[in-house]
Design a protein around this ligand. Structure first.
Ligand code: AVJ
Ligand code: FE
Length: 436
């Protein structure tokens, strides 16, 4: 096989870092100073924390670890260490004020340009194929999604605008498709910028199952609500039932009823809940209860990935449902081009070989699975990215949302969160085992 062209890799690293910074700049300049330093929700950091944390991670990995540089401001490292201070406490820390945070991140980026220009991209494991640069571009884009969540939680009039997805022809395909049983390759050893938890590629046996062709829609979810879903204990796990009772939860986050209609708040505007869009802002317990009500279940993580990557014609696992090509706007709703999901059944060019749609983009999809390491997992380059989160307290989400950039989304990408979380851009689809 051909040697990867290191100049092309350098270009890709530069383009990815630049795109991330453009998005960060937009998200942190469309609000005024008090909005940057305020805590809009105890679940989130002030935006100015994310901004300096982005710069600090970049300094740690690209300037110090790759470039061998001295610490620029060692006294601030602790402030921006996500493990030292929980989110709720971050507003009371002596954080860099917005102008200083911006200046610090820009200063780091300027020096990174020199490191990137001279880095040996065939050198150590950290720089091979530009990994560290890709990891930091992904990290910044992940925080750009986090900051968009903060924007959604923020009260007050809209500051962000984006066109709605262009309406396509209504989806007329089958409601579910059969994924054949047998082994497939899960995870990756080849994707150069895949993070540690996606590795290594390994065989997985999956029994035949049916999976929804599209994510569950608002209309379908409303039917669950109207049928008393939130008042019927048998649809819920004991933990889920206790949680929704305690919080008096009776609809997705940001929804409220007005007479017969459901309305929702979205980035500072209130609108009628669109029936044909994937449901958004539900927690794992709600997704799991809906699936049980529907006589179905959530797909396991392996089932989700097989539906997204397995090509029955060749037996090979693809990078994406549509093939190996990087995501284009015709394939998926990614990258904050829109401020919400597209109608269920959109993006025919992005469908899998079996015809499953919107696996990538639109809404993160809850799976039945706990976040666990693959056989042969090795923490790299630091155990606080994935390893410390493995275990039964986190559920896996797959596929990315409208808010995540393509650089941080692929068929193997794994996200995770607590089963109670729903400020994230989370939805789901359901599955069922093939009747014996
Ligand atoms: C993978 C989205 C769960 O935001 O906590 C950002 C990503 N890790 N900085 C998170 C992350 C370190 C992470 N998630
Ligand atoms: Fe981070």
């Amino acid at each position: 096989t051909a040697e990867p062209d290191t100049e092309a890799l350098r270009e890709r690293a530069l383009a990815s870092l630049t795109a991330a910074r453009d998005r960060t700049t937009l998200l942190t300049t469309c609000v005024d100073e008090p909005d940057l330093t305020a805590q809009h929700s105890p679940l989130m950091s002030p935006l100015v924390w994310d901004l300096a944390h982005i710069g600090n991670q970049e300094e740690l990995w690209l300037l110090r670890a790759v470039g061998g540089r001295e610490a620029m401001r060692p006294e601030i490292d602790g402030l921006y260490d996500a493990f030292e201070h929980p989110r709720a406490q971050r507003p009371s820390l002596p954080l860099l004020p917005p102008a200083e945070a911006r200046h610090y991140a820009a200063e780091v980026r300027g020096r990174v340009m020199d490191v990137l220009a001279s880095a040996d991209l065939r050198g150590t494991r950290l720089t091979e194929a530009g990994f560290a640069f890709g990891m930091i571009a992904q990290h910044e884009q992940q925080h750009d999604e986090t900051m968009l969540i903060t924007h959604q939680l923020r009260k007050g009039p809209a500051v962000l605008t984006a066109p709605d997805p262009e309406p396509g022809p209504p989806f007329t395909g089958p409601a579910e498709v059969l994924v054949p049983g047998g082994p497939f390759t899960m995870g990756t050893s080849a994707e150069p910028w895949a993070l540690d938890n996606e590795r290594p590629a390994h065989p997985r046996e999956v029994a035949p199952f049916w999976i929804d062709t599209t994510p569950v829609t608002n209309a379908a979810y409303q039917a669950f609500i109207e049928d008393g879903g939130y008042d019927t204990e048998r649809w819920w796990t004991p933990e889920g039932w206790a949680h929704i009772r305690r919080g008096a939860i009776d609809a997705p986050l940001f929804w409220h009823r007005e007479g017969e209609r459901w309305l929702r708040r979205r980035f500072g505007t209130t609108e009628v809940v669109p029936p044909d869009e994937p449901v958004l802002h539900v927690c794992w317990y709600e997704a799991d209860a809906y699936a049980r009500w529907a006589g179905r279940r959530l797909p396991t993580e392996a089932e989700w990935e097989k539906a997204a990557r397995h090509d029955p014609a060749t037996g090979r696992s693809r990078r994406y449902p549509w093939g190996d090509a990087d995501p284009g706007p015709e394939h998926a709703n990614l990258g904050q081009r829109h401020l919400g999901p597209a109608p269920a059944g959109s993006y025919p060019a992005g469908e899998s070989p079996l015809g499953v749609r919107q696996l990538i983009g639109d809404v993160w999809e809850w799976t039945a699975s706990d976040f666990l390491p693959y056989p042969g997992f090795q923490a790299f380059p630091y155990k606080e990215y994935s390893q410390v989160f493995f275990g039964a307290e986190h559920k896996v989400l797959r596929g990315g949302s409208f808010a995540v950039d393509p650089v941080a989304c692929r068929g193997t990408f794994r996200n995770w969160d607590y089963p109670i979380r729903r400020q994230i851009f989370s939805g789901f689809r359901t599955a069922r085992s093939e009747a014996a």
